[in-house]
Design a protein around this ligand. Structure first.
Ligand code: ADP
Length: 247
């Protein structure tokens, strides 16, 4: 198949909170276009790993490289500008604005000149907004205020906004939390559409969902990478079983 270069590299990343090592020399490599699931027991450091990548938390040691750029010393806005988007559990959509206006706001956020040219040349803004709406399944909601969207639709709007702002790498923390079974299924379909064009790292507890979407699963435990592989591989891993059973 197609050669996929290493895209994101965390090397020996450590960070402590009040003397507690939330990350303890964490290593992780993700290829371009991959959909990586990050799992592990509570407190394993999964959210902290996302916080480190997007610059919300600074590592005390180690490096984070994204397409050859060292991110660990950059500010959050610089990391966003480099193409890293983070979806938080509390959605950051504008509830009083319509779905299409939310997409417009996200589009205006992109600071790359090339991105703006790409958006504007040969396309009316509306056509791009409609393409985004179709991508995330909100075509029939474009003119409604975001406040009227269901929980699942709000999550999809936020993901569409990350796409609109040119996030090449999208980080998500439990995106299916609170979703109905049908919304979860649609989210899996959305991720399948995003994969390849975007690189996704998804922290997820729902193993059914993980098995449905993940190319490679990374299992964290006590601030380190415990195992990586397919669902079958990590489930058969003795240390993974021990970590989850807590023995
Ligand atoms: P996970 O996402 O795998 O459940 P977290 O990354 O949220 O794990 O947390 C890892 C550990 O670091 C936990 O023990 C948590 O309490 C601690 N921690 C995370 N963020 C902070 C913070 N800002 N201040 C203090 N402790 C934190």
């Amino acid at each position: 198949g197609q050669h996929m270069s290493s895209h994101l590299d965390l090397r020996d990343v450590s960070v402590s909170f009040n003397g507690f090592k939330a990350l303890n020399a964490l290593n992780m490599s993700v290829r371009k276009g991959e959909l990586r699931c990050l799992i592990g027991p509570n407190g394993a450091g999964k959210t902290t790993a996302l916080d480190i990548i997007c610059g919300k938390v600074k590592p005390s040691a180690g490096t984070v490289s994204f397409d050859g750029t060292a991110l660990q010393d950059l500010e959050e806005y610089e990391i966003a500008r480099a193409g890293v988007g983070r979806k938080f559990q509390v959605p950051s959509v504008f509830r009083e604005l319509s779905v299409s206006e939310n997409f417009e706001v996200a589009r205006a956020r992109r600071t790359s000149v090339l991105g703006n040219l790409r958006w504007n040349i040969g396309n009316s803004g509306r056509a791009d907004v409609e393409r985004l709406a179709e991508l995330v399944g909100l075509t029939d909601q474009l003119d409604r205020p975001a406040a009227y969207l269901s929980h699942g639709q709000t999550q999809w709007l936020e993901i569409g906004m990350l796409v609109a702002q040119d996030a090449e790498l999208i980080l998500m923390d439990e995106p299916t939390a609170g979703m109905t079974a049908q919304e979860t299924r649609k989210t899996a379909e959305l991720f399948a559409r995003l994969k390849g064009k975007h690189t996704l790292i998804v922290v997820e507890h729902d193993m059914g969902f993980v098995k449905a979407i993940g190319d490679v699963i990374s299992v964290m435990h006590m601030g380190q990478m415990l195992a990586e592989g397919t669902a079958a591989e990590v489930e058969a891993h003795p240390e993974v079983r021990r970590a989850y059973l807590g023995s």
